[in-house]
Design a protein around this ligand. Sequence first.
Ligand code: FMN
Length: 230
Amino acid sequence: MKITLIHGQNHKGSTYHIARMTAEKLRGDIEEFFLPRDFSGGCSGCLACLHKGREFCPKAEKVSAILDSMLSSDVIIIGSPTYVMEMTSHLKGFFEHIFTAWLAHRPEPAMFSKIAVVVSTAAGMGMDGVTKSMAKQMFYLGVPKTYQIPFRVMASDWDGVSEKTKAKINAKTNKIAGKILSKKGRAKPGIRTKFIFLMMRAFQKNNDYAPLDKAYWEDKKWLEKERPWR
Ligand SMILES: Cc1cc2nc3c(=O)[nH]c(=O)nc-3n(C[C@H](O)[C@H](O)[C@H](O)COP(=O)(O)O)c2cc1C
């Protein structure tokens, strides 16, 4: 099993430890990225990715290193500490750079069988909203199943997390790793994904705004009967 592990911060804090321990419990090959070390900055809004192709993005090389890893993985694990009730700006910046792989544009067929895990910790509050937001990113990329691990740690680093909370984290990550191991290769898109795909199909038929998107759907035969999932 291949696992892509993306950390929305460079340092090895509580969020890092939870994401890393989840990945290790899957006993696969882990490819790990740290933001901003491996990717930084928000989108400049040039829209080269939308109108010309992702390879024309000024940061194409760094974007594709991470996206290609996600595409070739069975499981995608993403962690972000809660910063001002949101995911880190580094992680948000990365997601901005792959919006053309959303269901609304040029979704990647490989995404439709993956499992994701999204992790966030906060000292007090906001972590549930952050994992929800990260799960939303996974959904619009086509990922059929995302497990959320939000934890209130009441600490500013891993050493400060109480043994009681660490025991809860251990139990939660054991449970999710077990579910992933039993579900791997069998994740299938749900009704919501299918509904949005059909809506986008209707939209793409008359898409004059982004011809590259329409050509992609035509090429995949998705404007006819084909679907990106099996
Ligand atoms: C810039 C910044 C913003 C933060 N915003 C919040 C917040 O909105 N809510 C909260 O409970 N904790 C907040 N915190 C605390 C961290 O979310 C918390 O300590 C978290 O567990 C840190 O994760 P880490 O150990 O993985 O870095 C903030 C910390 C920083 C540095």
